[in-house]
Design a protein around this ligand. Structure first.
Ligand code: G3P
Length: 218
């Protein structure tokens, strides 16, 4: 399972990258706004800055919702760097655009996927990745992980090449369960990734090892 970080914060991207476990980055317009990145030129430059930090796919989201606009924006984003993946919303014109991008050799990430039917359509259109949102489903009392399991099952049965990129991760259990279910990729904020490191027995065990070494060696 690949690990992507879900942020536009360069310091956090660097921190995750330095762990040596990072395979890519996903962003969205809300995450860009959170970092205060605004204006077309600054936004495009920020994507290039991210691509310089990480050797892996970087999802850059279009803000157009009509076919022509999505194509225009997507082509510009894809031309920024070979690792850019154009993130396209799960809407009718988005699906049309994903088919078009596929024929042009531009890779895509279909975002805002909340049902197996949407996932099937995006896979049929030739999306490189689809992003089902776990946390936002959990928030409205639907089981987000069950959706991941259903989609990975369908894609395996159908032999779709599209990768399931589990998004809207809120905690380390989401990551562990995605690995168990067979999601191809998770994209997570830094905190749940770092939380995977923690166990109280690791901490107490290490303290004891160090104390015993000190006792014996002075
Ligand atoms: O980038 C899409 C997704 O990961 C958003 O997460 O926490 O805003 O639901 P969240």
């Amino acid at each position: 399972m690949k690990f992507f970080i879900d942020t536009a914060n360069l310091a956090q991207i660097k921190e995750a990258n330095e762990l040596g476990i990072l395979d890519g980055v996903t962003t969205n317009p809300s995450l860009m706004a959170k970092e205060g990145i605004k204006g077309r030129d600054n936004i495009l430059k920020h994507y290039v800055d991210i691509c310089k930090i990480v050797k892996g796919d970087v999802s850059a989201e279009v803000i157009s919702t009509d076919f022509e606009g999505i194509i225009r924006e997507g082509e510009e984003l894809a031309s920024l760097h070979e690792n850019i993946v154009v993130k396209v919303p799960m809407i009718k014109d988005g699906i049309k655009a994903i088919s078009f991008f596929k024929s042009e050799g531009i890779r895509t990430n279909c975002t805002l996927v909340f049902s197996p039917g949407q996932a099937i359509l995006a896979a049929k259109a030739g999306a490189t990745y689809i992003s089902p949102f776990i946390g936002r489903l959990d928030d409205i009392a639907f089981n987000g992980l069950e959706l991941i399991a259903q989609i990975t099952g369908i894609f395996a049965v159908q032999g779709y090449e599209t990768q399931v990129l589990a998004a809207s991760i809120r905690n380390p259990i989401h990551i562990v369960k995605c690995a168990e279910i067979g999601a191809h990729v998770i994209t997570s904020p830094l905190e749940p990734i770092l939380a995977l490191l923690n166990h109280p027995l690791t901490d107490s065990g290490l303290q004891k090892f160090l104390a015993d070494h000190k006792k014996a060696n002075g």
